[in-house]
Ligand binder design. Structure first.
Ligand SMILES: [Zn+2]
Length: 282
């Protein structure tokens, strides 16, 4: 088990019969939309209503843009693309690389975010010092194929990890003094533990969803269930899609839009060590 900066612990199990610990013990219902929500969602379908989602980046800051169940949460800038690097230290096959592309597409379709590939990262995949640099420049996100050698937290039965925070650049920024946004994160799968392409797809969807801001739910039909079922889920459920819609591009409002060119300063009072470690038991 691993704890995050807030002392929360989670397990991500790979079969259906193991101990589940709900991270926050919170069942959130309903959301408060950002004011002035645009009606133009740029093609992201609004899913049927479901409250089977929770957010990951809880913050006491009043500038945290999203609210759910009376708490405030950070998210990524819904008006900007997310640049990413791929780090293939563990030697994913072309077929496994294609699975990552499939997962990225799935998150794009649910969030409206545009993930833009920058290049290959070859630096650290340790969660304390994720290296987002590529020969073509630094990315905001790193998607990694790893194992316990390169990402020590993947030791034992941990199959993946995802969240915000990396060792390069600012990970939380303040848009024009108004809204905190996440600017750095990662989603990493353990190729020693994720055995099939469907397990890899389910794991990457789960970890990227952590990275963009979803937390676990206790609903078995959702990718964000803290268990990878057998056979694995390979597409987001309706609760997942509600959560991703509500922190994705459809939330690019007048309050967000137009701010992305503003000077930014990184707040000093926020932890950037926010992630979830997901554990499998074989
Ligand atoms: Zn998880």
């Amino acid at each position: 088990a691993q704890a995050d900066a807030a002392g929360n612990v989670c397990f991500y199990t790979i079969t259906t019969a193991h101990l589940i610990i709900d991270i926050n013990g919170v069942t959130d219902t309903g959301i408060t939309p950002i004011p002035n929500e645009r009606t133009d969602t740029r093609g992201v379908p609004k899913p049927p209503p479901s409250s089977d989602f929770t957010y990951l980046y809880e913050s006491s800051q009043p500038e945290a843009p999203y609210t759910l169940g009376g708490k405030r949460y950070l998210g990524w800038d819904p008006c900007s693309p997310i640049t990413y690097a791929v780090n293939n230290k563990a030697g994913a096959t072309p077929a496994q690389r294609a699975v990552l592309d499939q997962a990225i597409l799935g998150v794009e379709q649910a969030t409206g975010f545009d993930f833009q590939y920058v290049g290959e990262a070859t630096g650290s995949l340790a969660t304390s010092s994720i290296d987002a640099n590529t020969p073509n420049g630094q990315a905001e996100a790193v998607f990694g194929f790893s194992n316990a050698t390169f990402t020590p937290i993947l030791g034992g039965s941990v199959i993946g990890i995802g969240g915000a925070g990396s060792g390069s650049g600012n990970n939380v920024e303040l848009l024009r003094g108004k809204l905190y946004i996440v600017k750095g994160g990662y989603a990493i799968a353990d190729l020693d533990d994720v055995l099939t392409n469907d397990e890899l797809l389910g794991t990457m969807l789960h970890e990227i969803a952590h990275m963009v801001g979803l937390d676990h739910v206790s609903v078995q039909t959702e990718i964000m269930w803290d268990t990878l079922p057998n056979p694995p889920l390979t597409a987001f459920g309706v609760g997942d899609r509600n959560g991703l819609y509500n922190i994705g591009q459809p939330q690019c409002t007048a309050g967000f839009g137009g701010l992305t060119q503003a000077p930014r300063g990184a707040p000093t009072s926020l932890s950037i060590d926010m992630w979830r470690a997901d554990t499998a038991e074989h």
